[in-house]
Design a protein around this ligand. Structure first.
Ligand SMILES: Cc1cc2nc3c(=O)[nH]c(=O)nc-3n(C[C@H](O)[C@H](O)[C@H](O)COP(=O)(O)OP(=O)(O)OC[C@H]3O[C@@H](n4cnc5c(N)ncnc54)[C@H](O)[C@@H]3O)c2cc1C
Length: 420
C-alpha cells in the first residue's frame, strides 16, 4: 500500500470521526511511519496491544478503534452489585494511550473487515487500511436459543460492566423483602470462570445486609462450581448459610422474561429479580474477518504470535481465542504483550520469541473485604503448539482481608499497565 493512499485515509478518518483525540505531538511520528497496525477493541487485550505495539515497533502507526468512549472494568464489577464499589471507580478514559503512547484512538464501531484489501470499515463509512490487524473484540452473547433475552431491560446479564451492572444493582435494591433472585451460569467456556461464583457471594452479601429473608438460587449449567470450588463453597457456608441455593446441571430449557420464570430439567423457578448470563462466542467482528474456526465460536491462533490460523496478517487476542487458558483480563493483557512483541519482531524481519511464558492471577471477593485467588504459570509447548499450565499452580488456603488488599493492588496495576 502506498503512502499516498495511507495519508488520504488518515485525513478521511480525522475529518469523518469526531471522536479522534487530538494528536499534535504525534505529527512527527505519523510522518515517519511506514506501517500501520489497526487494533479493534479497547478492552484489556486491545488497549494493552495498542500501547505496547506503539512502544516497541519503530515507524509504526497504531490506530485503536473502540466503540465505547470509556473503558469500564469487568474485574470488580460484581462488587458494584452489592454496593461495595461504584461504576465510576472502574471507569477510565483512553487519553493516556494517545497522549503518552502515541496511539491514535478512534471511537467507532467496525462494521466490516476486507481481508483482500487489508482494510476495515467504520460505522460512518470511513475505511482504514492496515499492514497488520489485531482483533481484540472480547465476546458476544449467543441468543439463538432464547431471542427474548436480546435487547431488553427486564433480565440483565450484567456480564459487560456498564449500564447493565447498574440496572441489576437497582433491581436488587428495589426487590421486596423475602424475595428471590435467580442467577444462571452458562456451560463453560465463558468470560471469567470464577466470575459467576464471585457474583453469588456479592449478591448474598447484599441480601445478608439488606434483605436477610430473601434468597439467591444459582442455576448452573455445569456439573459443579468450575473455579476455586472448595473456597467458594466454604465462603457460602461461612458467610451466607441459608441465603444461597446452588443447583448444578441446570441448563435453561425455557425462560419467560415477562413472568420472570425459568424452566430447567428439574423444575420451574419463579424470581423477583433474574440475572441470566447467556452463552458466549468471539465478538462478531471476528466472524467478519473470517477468523472464527472452532465450534463456530472461537478463533484458533498460533500462540507464538497470536496470528490467526485462518487469515494471515490478522492477530486475535483476549477472550475471543480458543485456548486452554482462562478467559480473564490478566490473560488478555499478557497475550497482548506476546502479540505486540511478535508484531514488532515480524516488522523487523525477525522470528517471534519461540518460548513465551506468562502467568494468570485471578482474585475474587467473597465479602466486601475478603478475597481468594487462583494463580498459574503457562509455558509454550512446541510439540503441542499450546500454552500449557506448569506444575505448582494453585489457589489460596482460605479467604482473607490481606488477599482483598492484594486484589485491589492487582486491579490498580493491571488498569495502569493496560491504559497508562
Ligand atoms: C463480572 C466479571 C468479573 C471479572 N473479573 C475478572 C477478574 O477479577 N480478573 C480478571 O483477570 N478478569 C476478570 N474478568 C474477565 C475479563 O473482564 C475479560 O476476560 C477481559 O475483559 C477480556 O478482555 P478482552 O480485551 O478480550 O475483551 P473486552 O475487555 O470485553 O474488550 C473488548 C472490547 O472490544 C470492543 N469491540 C468489540 N467489537 C467491536 C467493534 N466491532 N468495533 C469497535 N469496538 C469493538 C468492545 O466494546 C470492548 O470494549 C471478569 C469478567 C466479568 C464479566
Amino acid at each position: 500500500m502506498g503512502l499516498k493512499r495511507r495519508s488520504f485515509i488518515i485525513t478521511a478518518i480525522t475529518a469523518a470521526t469526531s471522536a479522534v483525540l487530538p494528536q499534535l505531538a504525534l505529527a512527527a511520528k505519523k510522518n515517519e511511519a511506514n506501517k500501520r497496525v489497526v487494533v479493534i477493541g479497547g478492552g484489556f487485550a486491545g488497549a494493552t496491544a495498542a500501547k505496547y505495539i506503539s512502544m516497541w515497533s519503530a515507524n509504526t502507526e497504531v490506530v485503536m478503534i473502540e466503540r465505547n468512549a470509556q473503558f469500564v472494568s469487568c474485574p470488580q464489577s460484581n462488587l458494584v452489585l452489592a454496593g461495595n464499589r461504584t461504576l465510576q471507580q472502574l471507569t477510565s478514559d483512553y487519553r493516556n494511550l494517545a497522549n503518552i503512547h502515541g496511539v491514535k484512538t478512534v471511537q467507532a464501531e467496525v462494521v466490516d473487515v476486507n481481508t483482500q484489501q487489508q482494510s476495515v470499515t467504520l460505522n460512518d463509512g470511513t475505511k482504514i487500511s492496515y499492514d497488520r490487524l489485531v482483533l481484540a473484540p472480547g465476546l458476544d452473547f449467543i441468543y439463538e436459543q432464547f431471542p427474548q433475552l436480546k435487547n431488553q431491560q427486564k433480565v440483565p446479564h450484567a456480564w459487560k460492566a456498564g449500564p447493565q451492572t447498574d440496572l441489576l444493582h437497582r433491581q436488587m435494591m428495589a426487590m421486596k423483602q423475602g424475595g428471590t433472585i435467580i442467577m444462571t451460569v452458562p456451560a463453560a467456556p465463558f468470560k471469567c470462570p470464577p466470575g459467576p461464583y464471585e457474583r453469588a457471594c456479592q449478591i448474598a452479601f447484599f441480601l445478608k445486609h439488606h434483605n436477610p429473608t430473601a434468597k439467591l438460587i444459582i442455576l448452573d449449567a455445569n456439573a459443579d462450581v468450575i473455579s476455586k470450588k472448595a473456597l467458594f463453597k466454604a465462603a457460602w457456608k461461612q458467610h451466607y448459610e441459608g441465603l444461597i441455593e446452588y443447583i448444578p446441571n441446570s441448563s435453561i430449557e425455557n425462560v419467560d422474561i415477562d413472568n420472570l420464570t425459568i424452566e430447567t430439567e428439574f423444575g420451574q423457578y419463579k424470581a423477583d429479580v433474574m440475572n441470566v448470563i447467556p452463552t458466549q462466542k468471539a465478538g462478531k467482528v471476528a466472524e467478519m474477518a473470517g477468523v472464527v474456526n472452532v465450534d463456530k465460536r472461537w478463533c484458533k491462533v498460533d500462540f507464538l504470535s497470536y496470528e490467526s490460523t485462518a487469515q494471515s496478517n490478522i492477530h486475535v487476542i483476549g477472550d475471543a481465542i480458543h485456548a486452554k487458558l482462562p478467559k480473564s483480563g490478566h490473560m488478555a493483557n499478557a497475550q497482548a504483550k506476546v502479540c505486540a512483541a511478535a508484531i514488532s519482531a515480524l516488522f523487523a524481519g525477525q522470528k517471534p520469541e519461540q518460548e513465551p511464558v506468562f502467568n494468570n492471577t485471578c482474585y475474587s471477593f467473597v465479602t466486601d473485604k475478603e478475597a481468594i485467588h487462583v494463580a498459574a504459570v503457562y509455558r509454550y509447548n512446541a510439540e503441542k503448539k499450546q500454552m500449557i499450565a506448569m506444575p505448582g499452580s494453585g489457589v489460596s488456603d482460605k479467604s482473607s482481608v490481606l488477599e482483598g488488599r492484594y486484589a485491589d493492588a492487582w486491579a490498580n496495576n493491571i488498569w495502569a499497565d493496560t491504559l497508562k
